[in-house]
Design a protein around this ligand. Structure first.
Ligand SMILES: Nc1ncnc2c1ncn2[C@@H]1O[C@H](COP(=O)(O)OP(=O)(O)OP(=O)(O)O)[C@@H](O)[C@H]1O
Ligand SMILES: [Mg+2]
Length: 389
């Protein structure tokens, strides 16, 4: 007879992670620090998680039998990537709790469904429409204006799966439809951004909720470049971001962590861009900025342990290290970044570098958010200089 698993998972038990990228790797390291065993599943046998887990399963994210196999050997299953099939999540849930939650994943995995849920639950979002055919896109897109963002409903990330509407007529819509591969999409009015923020909220199955201080994010070509926490913004804006995060966690019945990407508009209002119920690139700085990192908090949340304190202890900023650095004629001198006081280096153990691929990141603390950003940029500039000489 199988024993009913209680909600709290204690150190020594096994956590399963669906996905083996850098976020899974850092979650696994945090879990191990707390004394857990970790199993992980990913289709890439060279993935970053592999060297740091007790057991690795080489399988696709749409193989329910593999997810069930993992879950049977784990006390709880979590994930580090959204693209796990519903069938796999449901199969895993037959054997262990799946946290952040199967129904929550169904809502967030699909852009249009996520936006409809946000709109229906009264959360602020920019103007948007949905299109599941070329004719529908031609009908609805022009109203959202030139420059509107057209985003595939399923599977986009790091700005991939996105196009801009070049003209506000049928030809602009047809061009976007073709360039995205003729798949269902959402269309969003291009908002006039003052800044981009994110919040990260944790909620445990027992209902405890904690929200990390907001981060301020700077993007280049739709990809995150530098992020700093606490966000140097009006405290009223930061408080509103905090409330949106906490309200979302409760409304979604979150069991785990959820990153909320927010747009701060020039009129001072906040709009929810998108939800990621997993660790997030913009909260890596919590390793140094907060007594509890996002990864440790995820482990606590999915294990239903008391959540860790998240009050910021000092400002910290992160900068991504993209594969471009490794693609030039000279190998980068990565350790040059460590010459800048306050800077720590994190590499994901990826063996193949490609332009745009996230290979690692730097975190710097600072006397204030601007100082932390200055140091982390300077550290990255030293690596860039080493490639040129
Ligand atoms: N409606 C919009 N108005 C203005 N800027 C936008 C809009 N939608 C997206 N952007 C810009 O493009 C970036 C990426 O968009 P989004 O977060 O939707 O894509 P993504 O592929 O999921 O990216 P990531 O994986 O990096 O979060 C945003 O952070 C923002 O800079
Ligand atoms: Mg985004």
């Amino acid at each position: 007879m199988t024993q009913k698993k209680s909600s709290r998972i204690i150190p020594g038990q096994t956590i399963g992670i669906l996905g083996g990228g850098q976020l899974g790797r850092m979650t696994a390291i945090a879990a191990r620090a707390l004394g857990y065993q970790v199993h992980a599943l990913d289709p890439d046998p060279q993935c970053p998680v592999r060297p740091v887990v007790d057991r690795f399963l080489d399988a696709r994210f749409d193989e329910p039998d593999a997810a069930a196999y993992l879950a049977r050997r784990c006390a709880v299953v979590t994930l580090e990537i959204e693209q796990i099939s519903q069938a796999s999540l449901e199969a895993a849930a037959q054997h262990a709790p799946v946290r952040p939650g199967v129904e929550l994943m169904r809502i967030v995995q699909h852009r249009a469904r996520q936006k409809a849920w946000l709109t229906g639950h009264g959360f602020p979002v920019g103007e948007w429409r949905e299109a599941s055919s070329e004719d529908e896109l031609v009908r609805v897109a022009p109203a959202l204006g030139v420059g509107a963002f057209v985003k595939v409903s399923e599977g986009g990330y790091d700005g991939r799966g996105q196009a801009r509407l070049r003209t506000a007529d049928a030809s602009g819509a047809r061009e976007a439809w073709k360039s995205l591969g003729e798949v269902p999409c959402v269309i969003e009015r291009a908002l006039d951004l003052e800044a981009e923020l994110s919040v990260l909220v944790a909620r445990s199955p027992s209902g405890e909720v904690k929200v990390f201080a907001a981060a301020l994010n700077e993007h280049i070509n739709q990809v995150l470049d530098v992020s700093v926490t606490p966000a140097p913004v009006d405290p009223i804006v930061a408080q509103r971001a905090h409330e949106i995060g906490a309200d979302l966690a409760v409304s979604l019945g979150l069991e785990g962590i959820l990153a909320v990407e927010l747009f701060l508009l020039r009129d001072g209002s906040l709009k929810v861009n998108e939800l990621s119920p997993r660790p997030h690139n913009t909260f890596h700085a919590t390793e140094l900025a907060s007594p509890t990192s996002q990864f440790a908090q995820l482990v606590r949340a999915v294990c239903d342990l008391p959540l860790g304190v998240v009050d910021p202890v000092r400002p910290a900023a992160i900068a991504n290290l993209l594969g471009d650095l490794w693609c030039g004629p000279n190998p980068p001198r990565i350790e040059a970044a460590l010459e800048v006081p306050g800077v720590n280096l994190y590499l994901y153990g990826k063996t193949i570098a490609r332009p745009g691929r996230k290979m690692g990141h730097l975190i710097s603390t600072g006397d204030n958010p601007e100082d932390a950003m200055r140091r982390v940029r300077e550290a990255r500039a030293r690596i860039e200089a080493s490639v040129r000489t």
